[in-house]
Design a protein around this ligand. Sequence first.
Ligand code: GDP
Ligand code: ZN
Length: 355
Amino acid sequence: MTTLASLGFDDFFASQLERLGIPGWLPARVVAEGQSSFHLAGARAPLGDLTGKLLGSLSKVERPVVGDWVAVIDGPDRASIQHVLERRTTLLRRAAGTLDEAQVIAVNVDVFFVVTAVNREFNERRLERFATAVWNSGAEPVIVLNKVDLDADLAPLLEAIDRAASGVPVVRASAASGEGIEALRTYIGPGKTVAFIGSSGVGKSSLMNRLLGREAQAVGALRNDERGRHTTSGRQLIELPSGGVLVDTPGLRELGLVDDIGGVETSFADVAAFAETCRFRDCVHESEPGCAVLAAVASGKLPAERLASYRKLLKEIAAAERKRDPILAGRTKARWKEIHKAMRARTKVDPKLKR
Ligand code: GDP
Ligand code: ZN
């Protein structure tokens, strides 16, 4: 039976509701996002709408998403969403090389399974970026080394995992044979919210199917979803048969295709440290005046190869972005042009901007 507790409602959220102290406000969890309404669990009404006041006051990142707990005035068919409770964890993605504001990928996830595979999908840097993003979200990462049924030497991979995410628990798994699935369950207690992240092809869908007890052949259908339109069929927050809640949203799936979560700064801490003192906050370290990164390369403080590989990564990410969303990519380019123009104008007329 679904209860508030089995959906993940605990003291952290209950105490917030208590502090609000408004009789008639009840908790509900967002399980899917519709066009204008939200699909809810835990309330009597299956659907909820934001009040006009919330619609007008919430910023893009504050708007409820799958996993959020909200306070509602319940009804038989529709609930009225009065308040979004503070999130325990927030996985944000900062699209690198663009000026887009951070995008909320997942909220109130307790444990992220960061999946990698023993075959060609294994990539230490990517693993590091995903693990770092999970740490930053406030959630707990668990690394899953999948496809161990394939013939592979695990020792060097486990060493690489330790370098990329030292101290993080590692589960060796195979969605094909079922190995490690019980070990995954030990991180999924009743009321715990979990999600999978990792590159496309590492076996996230297959592992989720194992946990859900779904037919393995459903993977093919799920892969089609990844490619294009997403099925709008129901919940993206699903109760697992053995307890716990699984978040599986289009946003999380897309992350695997883009392979980036704004972690460029984490693998390029040296470049980022110099970039902090660039004259312009949006400096892309190409030819901007007052660029501290270019200055560091010129003076030999930063090896030129580091800047080169930093640029290469940015380019890869931008290419993935374009593939994912051509319209957005076009806009981004146009915006950069504008900014560069404005920058040139400013440096000419405003002496205060000069160091
Ligand atoms: P996703 O993109 O991360 O969701 O990956 P999928 O679950 O769609 O799996 C990608 C491919 O890897 C599919 O062809 C799966 O059948 C295969 N695969 C997934 N898990 C395993 C595994 O444990 N062992 C082997 N050998 N293949 C797997
Ligand atoms: Zn710079």
